[in-house]
Design a protein around this ligand. Structure first.
Ligand SMILES: NC(=O)c1ccc[n+]([C@@H]2O[C@H](COP(=O)([O-])OP(=O)(O)OC[C@H]3O[C@@H](n4cnc5c(N)ncnc54)[C@H](OP(=O)(O)O)[C@@H]3O)[C@@H](O)[C@H]2O)c1
Length: 276
């Protein structure tokens, strides 16, 4: 990241994994394989399960990269600081490696969305200055959200976690982040599992003797982005991590870039509706 903090190039997404025993088995296997980045969020209702699984795995804290997110009901300077402290307590940690704003305030619900984001960001900057978090960032921010933030921010986000995968290139925001040295961390790198039947991906995967999921993740890696695929299957954990020993040619990268939209989550952050 631009502040010099190192982030693993692949991590484990944990959305929709809540069961404590499942989390323990997955994290234990993930650590054996080599995963060190764990992506969670207050909204996933699994921070305690992650915290317990991490403690039981016995990996030294400085060998782990824990990333968490502040939910939409915890916006503003004081609230975001409170959210961070609550999350750390659940994770049983005294610091986070990366803390993110989960969604920008949406113009659909807030006339003063820009002020709300600026105030939340001030809280994030305070957490960073206090050394409670090693890096701060945002999720699902478009260029206009970041441009607004720039007017008041003293430190711009180090990371923007956005949905980006074959069929959903997000060219505008990716280009903006590159220019601003904001690292892209890809959520739903497998398009939430919906894009893996795409014929181009399957054909390239077949030629390489790999799976479509590995081709997607390798594409992300070669784009210089961090990927956080989620699986609740311990065998797929290894499959998803095994993409450092092959390469996609320029032609294959171009073919994948040309895939039309074929699935994903696809939420527009200007339209997101807030809930509990
Ligand atoms: N910041 C945000 O707003 C945001 C939004 C969405 C996601 N995220 C983060 O990004 C992570 C990943 O996103 P995601 O969970 O939406 O989707 P994803 O990682 O793109 O895809 C997950 C889906 O693909 C399947 N899958 C995983 N590996 C596979 C493989 N090798 N072969 C075939 N299928 C495979 C999984 O099924 P099984 O579990 O059955 O393997 C699951 O259904 C989340 O867990 C979360 O941490 C963040």
């Amino acid at each position: 990241m631009k502040n010099g903090v190192q982030i693993p190039r692949i991590g484990m997404g944990t959305w929709q994994i809540q069961d404590r025993e499942t989390m323990k088995n997955l994290l234990s296997r993930a650590f054996e394989i080599g995963y060190r980045l764990i992506d969670t969020a207050a909204a996933y209702s699994n921070e305690m399960a992650v915290g317990r699984a991490v403690a039981e795995a016995g990996i030294p804290r400085d060998k782990l990269f824990l990333s968490d997110k502040a939910w939409n009901t915890y916006r503003g300077y004081d609230r975001v600081k409170e959210a961070c402290k609550r999350s750390m307590k659940k994770l049983k940690t005294d610091h986070l490696d990366l803390y993110l704003i989960h969604w920008p305030a949406s113009p659909r619900l807030h006339e003063d969305w820009a002020d709300i984001n600026a105030d939340t960001w001030r809280g994030m900057e305070a957490l960073y200055k206090e050394g409670v978090v090693r890096a701060i960032g945002v999720c699902n921010f478009k260029a206009r959200h970041l441009e607004e933030l720039k007017k008041t921010a003293s430190t711009m986000p180090m990371v923007n976690q956005i949905e980006c995968h074959p069929g959903m290139l997000q060219k505008d925001i990716v280009e903006y982040c590159r220019k601003e040295q904001i690292l892209i961390e890809v959520s739903s790198p497998l398009g939430n599992g919906q894009i893996l039947g795409n014929e181009t991906l399957k054909s390239i995967a077949g030629e390489k003797g790999r799976s479509a999921a590995q081709v997607c993740l390798r594409w992300t890696l070669q784009k210089g982005m961090v990927a956080i695929p989620k699986t609740s299957d311990t065998k797929r954990l290894l499959e998803n991590y095994s993409m450092f020993d092959f390469e996609l040619s320029d032609k294959e990268m171009e073919q994948i870039d040309g895939i039309p939209y074929c699935g994903g989550i696809g939420i527009d952050s200007d339209e997101v509706i807030e809930f509990g």
